[in-house]
Ligand binder design. Sequence first.
Ligand code: KIV
Ligand code: ZN
Length: 516
Amino acid sequence: METIRIFDTTLRDGEQSPGATLTYAEKLEIARYLEAMGVDIIEAGFPISSNGDFESVRQIATEITGSVICGLARAVPGDIDRAGEAIKPAKRGRIHIFCATSKIHRDHKLKKGRDEIIDISVRSVQQARQYTDDIEFSPEDASRTELDFLEQITQAVIEAGATTINLPDTVGYAMPHSYGNIFAHLIARLPVIREKGIILSTHCHNDLGMAVANSLAGVENGARQVECTINGIGERAGNAALEELVMALRVRRDYFNMGTRIDTTKLYPTSRIVSNLTGLTVQRNKAVVGQNAFAHESGIHQDGVLKFRETYEIMDPATVGLPTNVLVLGKHSGRHAFRDRVQQLGYNVADAQLEKAFVAFKALADKKKEVFDEDIEALVDDQLKIDNGLWELTGVQVTSGTNAIPTATVTLRDSNGQTIRDASIGDGPVDAIYSALQRLTGVHCSLTDYRIRAISRGTEAQGEVQVELEHSGRKVRGRGLSTDILEASARAYLAAINRLRALAHRKHLLTGSSGV
Ligand code: KIV
Ligand code: ZN
């Protein structure tokens, strides 16, 4: 059985989702999960795009040894040198060069002719070979490029030393049959692909909801690498979802006769960590990792599953690492049982984080009779949030109700350990809290999204609030958790402000520009 290489670009194309900016430490944390899951190649960033991106690619290349670490570059000398430097510490490093090839990009974006584009691409590949033998080349917008030009440029960059040719459906325009044909065509027309053992790769965007279907059509026609992201996040409507591709290849092994090296039990925990750190919620009906992916509502379906699971379930939830939603622990449970359960839920948690989560669990078990797997996941997710070390919420008191002017008093601890407190009125209790937080932090931004949901069942369930804030054109998200929804609202808002400050601080340190 042949193996399909999984090239994960959550940290590069995925991070291009609006509002999904990740800090340096968050990228490293996600890279650890990707390595543990068995991802073959991690595209860690676009080193020329910022000093922060350069540093995170470099750090990931230093620490992660189980996957190939890749840096993206345009076909521009400065980009290639920067990517080459960033991947230098990697045990196995790759440079991924892209240059647009479709007529629409040639005429309107690059304003260059075919020969010049071939020339630039060849020189870029030759330059990149000074850093590594593992070179990937992408003719950007390949799916809208004339086939004869695609042949020409593919032949030229292979001769210059490219070892992987990726054919992006950059704008999500292709249909499975036509996209598959591009692979079949190149393989039939270019013997060099077989002779040199060149790997062809898919990279599909989801603008028409075809990203996974198109990627699989590529595989059926000779692609042996698929580029994808966790939860399908990415530019615009996103990229092909890693978990869907991996499970399609596994569940329909009878059809594809191919596999991957992914440990599928890590899919669900990795999906959670990515959603938690990017703030991009996974839709309930999302295939494989959505909350409803294994829920059966119809009586007929429930009856069928109880009689024989496979009547209505094509995957066992345990194969993707989904917890069983049972009542697991209570206030008498000890550290050991808690640690076991956290590990069974698929987390790799450092001792200090586990200890903090255990303390939070005990506090929750005192407030709430039944502690479910979802509660434990939410608590651990909360500990995994990377501590930005700026402001910490220590108290919220609110007065509101009919005929009362909503008033909030908020207390914070700042990074010097000083306690600061202020009060404000608002249109409602959440507005009053947010206005007090703006006064305390001095960060004024607009709230562009506010969502609230119950983590588990019953009126005593923990509430999770997710917010999106906008400041000077930059969007950031934050998440807060508590059995008190007003406290959860304050936590979410403060998390977003802390993230804004951390990103601005990083930029300030690295470029000298002003912060928030
Ligand atoms: O979608 C695209 O074309 C890309 C390239 C950089 C590979 O992301
Ligand atoms: Zn892309």
